[in-house]
Design a protein around this ligand. Sequence first.
Ligand SMILES: Nc1ncnc2c1ncn2[C@@H]1O[C@H](COP(=O)(O)OP(=O)(O)OP(=O)(O)O)[C@@H](O)[C@H]1O
Ligand SMILES: [Mg+2]
Length: 535
Amino acid sequence: MNINPKHTFTSNLPADPILENTRRQVTKACYSYVKPKQTSNPKLLHVSPEMLKELGLSENDAKRKQFLNIFTGNTVLENTNPYAMCYGGHQFGHWAGQLGDGRAINLFEIEHNNQNWKLQLKGAGETPYSRTADGLAVLRSSIREYLCSEAMHHLGVPTTRALSLALSGDQVLRDVMYNGNPEYEKGAIVCRVSPSFLRFGSFEIFAARNDTETLKTLVDYTIKTHFKHLFTSSDPGGTEESFRETEINKQTYVSFFNEVALRNLDMVIHWQRVGFTHGVMNTDNLSILGLTIDYGPYGWLEGYEPGWTPNTTDSQHKRYRFGAQPDIVHWNLYQLANALYPLIEEAEGLEAVLANYAIQKEAKYLQMMRSKIGLSTEEPKDANLIQELEDCLQLTETDMTIFFRNLANFDSATPTNGLQIIRESFYEIKTVTEAVKNRWNLWFDSYADRLQRDPISAKAKKENMNSVNPKYVLRNYMAQLAIDDANKGDYKLIDDLFNLLKQPYAEQPKHEKWFAKRPEWARHKVGCSMLSCSS
Ligand SMILES: Nc1ncnc2c1ncn2[C@@H]1O[C@H](COP(=O)(O)OP(=O)(O)OP(=O)(O)O)[C@@H](O)[C@H]1O
Ligand SMILES: [Mg+2]
């Protein structure tokens, strides 16, 4: 295996001078060096061929013992120095202080095709940031993270990626529903991959500690590394040589914040498009690059319900419910603005970005919803048509994925067929009363009128709709079936789902069984509709 490891993160940012792996507050440093824990009997369960290719590795490489050893933490690659990152975060609306990579350990960077990738193990053992926990991850949550991050990539949603899923061979104790019934589960490790694992909380921690110096070092590094275009355009002449020395001006900090805001807006609008509910949008789980990060208690909408969250830890206030996600990004951006303020010392620019986010959020959401119903032009009343559609979707439990996919078959010449076309998306046909049918028929009439004023051909409309409305998503019960099998030692379904989800927008007649509503047994089952943060 030919890996030429890079270390741009550690060579540009301050390290924690303490090398002992003891739990502590780490100050004036962006990371701590720490070695992954040795595992007793590691076994690879799956490797992403697409990710291998992105990294310039071959499928043969993945079969080597060295690959297994490196990506489960048993071998540290020569000339590399693994590390855990320091960050803080606002959890459920409250500042939680230092959090950090309590169980994630960065191995090294690989550069391939002009892209720098950080490779990180999740569940690789304790670090200085582990607080009271064990640094490990269990198989169920690792399968969910592995399958979903690659599935999101294929859906076209900005996300961190996954290279491999492995068993550690060790047992991990977990109290799944936090009700005093801990049990041993299989331990597992996912190798995650991303151009950066920096989170909003990576910046907040230094602002909270009034450590403006380290804050500036980290922000400048981030701009010069990941937002180079901002840096060079506003500071002309910024060549590689002058790269480190050149001062970044205040306007560039504001532009950086603006881009972070817009990238995260783009990400969350994609979530709303595909029905993804993240579940724990704390500021330590929002990426500075606007990538979906931390596949914990996430879930996919089945019945269209903006008030839904899969996370039982949030069942009372439902702060992170599906419909609130774009507003939560906004709230989190306020926290990031506060963290960047010491570098700018003027609120105006940051406030303008936040105000613009609110405007853009409405516009982008509307644009996205127009695409879901196949409109190629804009009319002022589209917002009403879409609002009425969302109201109709909540009249009775209606499957989001099936609804939008089947809606592509609607013909504006025969609006009375509308109900028949979407019938399959209703969970209980007996709840579709005359009153419900009437509302839907009214909507289909307005929709047909609107489509008739749209110049797009029926064929193009259908193609467009099928390219934004996925046919296959990782429904909660599907992941749970793969987990149940894996706990019994059968890993085939992981591979089947992995392959299915590579083409979420394609018709896959052989796999039609996955284009189905959630089965009744999964309605209230732990892991399918209820997920805790225990992972
Ligand atoms: N088993 C564990 N051992 C040590 N620390 C943990 C463990 N589980 C979670 N943490 C830490 O608790 C904090 C919040 O956890 P959260 O569930 O958001 O993250 P995570 O799922 O571990 O990781 P990530 O955000 O990297 O995907 C993080 O600092 C995380 O590292
Ligand atoms: Mg997290």
